[in-house]
Design a binder for this molecule. Structure first.
Ligand SMILES: Nc1ncnc2c1ncn2[C@@H]1O[C@H](COP(=O)(O)OP(=O)(O)OP(=O)(O)O)[C@@H](O)[C@H]1O
Ligand SMILES: [Mg+2]
Length: 258
């Protein structure tokens, strides 16, 4: 599991507005990559192009290529729904289905894919909840609604839901921004474990978090509001935080900008 992502000269548009310009990067399988940069520079927009989620926005489109182990995600015969199964996503605010039970939340995608066998579903639920470090906290209340969990538990529930369909890549857009430090720590521990199996990409405004969890860091920036965001540099996280190649990166991480 875990696929390589190759992005080649990607431009992302909302209608006629060019939101992200000319991004090329390679994301190695079974690694954690952090996207950092000021608000509005296109981190979420670019992240969503890695599983075609931006197409849900009317007018959302790309020019350029995204390859997943050499397969073009935007190829003529590629089904975006299948792409989203291979490349899962976790959002900023935990969004469990509120009235659905904890177990049903986890297996929602599987049931949508036609899995009906109760035993299989129960096994998958347990495996995914264990994978998301949530099992011990919820094993006695699997049939209670997902909305009854704390924010941090809900976010791990959403991660369990995302990994239940066995994606190759997991995209996370500021997954800890609504969480307290203890829950954040748990999600960060989980990200560390997930990279054994998955290719993980995380957007974060928290520099310490990027430094803690990621192997590679990509810094995005924009010249001014209304101008497209672009990739300034991507490198080993150690290098980005200790000795970046670009002045703009140094200014940003040292808090002189953004
Ligand atoms: N649905 C949309 N329709 C039109 N423009 C959009 C849409 N979503 C985002 N944009 C624009 O695209 C640009 C990039 O936004 P994006 O949300 O990707 O930035 P971001 O780096 O994730 O910011 P933040 O750190 O605040 O989350 C912004 O100019 C934004 O206004
Ligand atoms: Mg964003």
């Amino acid at each position: 599991m875990g696929k390589r992502i190759d992005v080649q000269d990607l431009h992302v548009y909302y209608g006629s507005f060019l939101a992200v310009e000319g991004v090329s990067m390679t994301i190695e399988p079974r690694s954690v990559t952090a996207f950092i940069g000021p608000s509005g520079c296109g981190k979420s927009t670019f992240l969503k192009t890695l599983n075609r989620m931006h197409e849900v926005t009317p007018g959302g489109r790309v020019e350029g290529k995204v390859l997943l182990d050499d397969e073009d995600l935007y190829g003529a015969n590629v089904d975006p729904v299948a792409v989203r199964r291979t490349v899962g996503m976790v959002f900023q605010r935990p969004n469990p289905f509120p009235t659905m039970s904890i177990a049903d939340n986890v297996t929602a995608g599987l049931r949508l894919n036609g899995v009906k066998d109760k035993k299989v579903l129960a096994e998958k639920a347990e495996k995914s909840l264990r994978g998301a470090n949530l099992w011990d906290e919820v094993k006695d209340r699997l049939n209670k609604p997902g909305a009854g969990l704390s924010g941090g538990q809900q976010q791990r529930l959403c991660i369990a839901r995302a990994i239940a369909v066995e994606p190759q890549v997991l995209l996370m857009d500021e997954p800890c921004s609504a969480l307290d430090p203890i829950s954040t720590g748990k999600v960060e521990d989980l990200i560390e474990e997930l990279k054994d199996d998955y290719t993980v990409v995380i957007v974060t405004h928290n520099m310490q978090q990027a430094a803690r969890v990621s192997d590679k860091t990509a810094f995005f920036n924009l010249k001014e509001t209304g101008k497209p965001g672009h990739l300034i540099e991507m490198d080993d996280t150690q290098k980005i935080f200790n000795n970046p190649s670009e002045r703009a990166t140094e200014d940003y991480i040292s808090g002189r900008f953004g």
